[in-house]
Design a protein around this ligand. Structure first.
Ligand SMILES: [Zn+2]
Length: 438
């Protein structure tokens, strides 16, 4: 049975078609049927009143850890997808550091199969080397054919320059991006946080900026004659932003992403040995936060990605050095980006949406996802830019609650998430006539 959904009176922003106007959007049979003013309510099966809200293409997160297979006590594809729609995301791309790794057609098929019952669209980034060991490249061409939307050994860097060159050479003809977790391992052994005054005071091993920067510098040089699409994951240091800015200035096919925590936190979050502030790469200093925000503002950083990394309580409730790296991010990302980038004046709403929709869609070859056009997929996120809320454990809909943002007040929140025309999340807006919770 065909179902018609009408979204009424919101500010519709679609960077691809350069639309930014108050109007209505009608969805039918999984597609955008009409965009315009005063669309008829007759025949609509459901109506979402969106006055005061932003209506945009469904948000896309190109970097999440769904932990399945092998880490189902932390998250599953299904539970991670619930966290995604809670945060306004209609599409996520999961990383290959599972057990076994996403390095074969069989494991990609398993993710695709489990993804069918997910609340959002799920795509897989495949491992670049067998078992993510950094030694022998996977059958890259075959994995691309089997639906891999990118390649990465995320969680680990490809340390060997020789293997890196092979991988870049093999990924280049697939037109997928290679995504690097930039961490020179011999410079970070025993490290559990940013190397600086706080790590010295706490007596913890430090992870210096240069360990990220030398990998980016090396890869940009290696790739110069190969021309693979090269993507820096979760950039954390001011120096890294500078290297990427220079490479892009030369016209090289280099992109990079920033995560909510690197745009908002410093190493002081680790004070008191708070293991929920332990992530990899680590949060650094305010000058790095400012450089990242400036990198977003000037177009050096073109993609926002949460690096949603769930861990069970017992994996964080331990001493700082033993605790797992990573934090959940899907449910809190939007409000943190608004604080770091829109409220700070780095970018406007239109650009923020671009960074969270069509830019990640381009990175992972997902278009026409990432735009809102008649005839295109009915993936829509409705955002109340004024809604203020305080993050509580109940707001985290995935299996894990390892977040340093619990108790933090955020402004700007998704109030409806629609995937392929299906309303997968709808939140009550206080004082709004016609709004219901579902
Ligand atoms: Zn990583």
């Amino acid at each position: 049975m065909s179902e018609r959904t009408l979204i009424v009176g919101g500010r519709v922003i679609d960077p691809v078609s350069e639309r930014d106007e108050v109007c209505d959007v009608a969805l039918l049979d999984g597609e955008v049927a009409e965009i315009g003013s005063g669309l008829s309510r007759a025949g609509a099966d459901s109506v979402l009143e969106a006055e005061g809200c932003i209506v945009c293409p469904g948000l896309i997160d190109p970097h999440v850890h769904l932990r399945e297979p092998g880490g189902e006590h932390k998250e599953t594809i299904r539970s991670g997808s619930l966290a995604a729609v809670e945060g306004g995301f209609t599409t996520v791309c999961c990383m290959p550091n599972t057990t076994p790794a996403l390095d074969s057609p069989a494991v990609l098929a398993l993710v695709r199969e489990r993804g069918r019952s997910a609340a959002c669209r799920v795509f897989a980034v495949a491992a670049a080397t067998r078992g993510r060991l950094g030694e022998s490249p996977c059958d890259i061409a075959l994995l691309a054919q089997e639906g891999a939307v990118g390649f990465s050994d995320d969680g680990d860097v490809i340390a060997s320059a020789g293997v890196m060159r092979q991988v870049l050479t093999m990924v280049a003809p697939t037109d997928r991006a290679f995504m690097q977790h930039c961490q020179e391992p011999t410079l970070t052994s025993g490290a559990s946080m940013h190397a600086g005054a706080v790590s010295t005071r706490l007596g913890l091993g430090g992870w210096a900026r240069v360990a990220e920067e030398v990998i980016i510098e090396r890869d940009v040089r290696l790739n110069r004659d190969i021309g693979c699409r090269y993507h820096v994951q979760h950039v954390s240091s001011a120096g890294s932003v500078e290297i990427v800015r220079r490479a892009r200035g030369e016209g090289l096919p280099v992109t990079c992403e920033a995560s909510p925590h690197h745009l908002t936190l410093t190493d002081e979050a680790c004070e008191g040995f708070d293991t929920n502030a332990k992530m990899n790469p680590p949060v650094r200093e305010w000058a790095d936060v400012e450089a990242l925000r400036a990198g977003v503002a000037d177009g050096t950083i073109t993609v926002l990605a949460t690096d949603h990394a769930p861990h069970a309580k017992h994996e964080k409730d331990t001493d700082f050095e033993s605790a797992a790296f990573g934090i959940v991010g899907l449910e809190t990302a939007l409000g943190l980006y608004v604080e770091a980038l829109v409220a700070s004046g780095a970018v406007n709403w239109g650009r923020l949406i671009e960074l969270m929709t069509v830019e990640p869609a381009r990175l992972c070859n997902l278009e026409p996802l990432g735009s809102l056009r008649v005839g295109g997929p009915a993936d829509v996120t409705v955002i109340d830019p004024e809604m203020t809320w305080t993050v509580g454990e109940d707001d985290l809909k995935g299996k894990s609650a390892n977040s340093p943002f619990l108790g933090r007040s955020l402004t700007g929140r998704a109030v409806a998430t629609i995937v392929g025309g299906q309303v997968r999340m709808r939140r009550k807006r206080v004082g709004m006539a016609g709004s219901t919770s579902a």
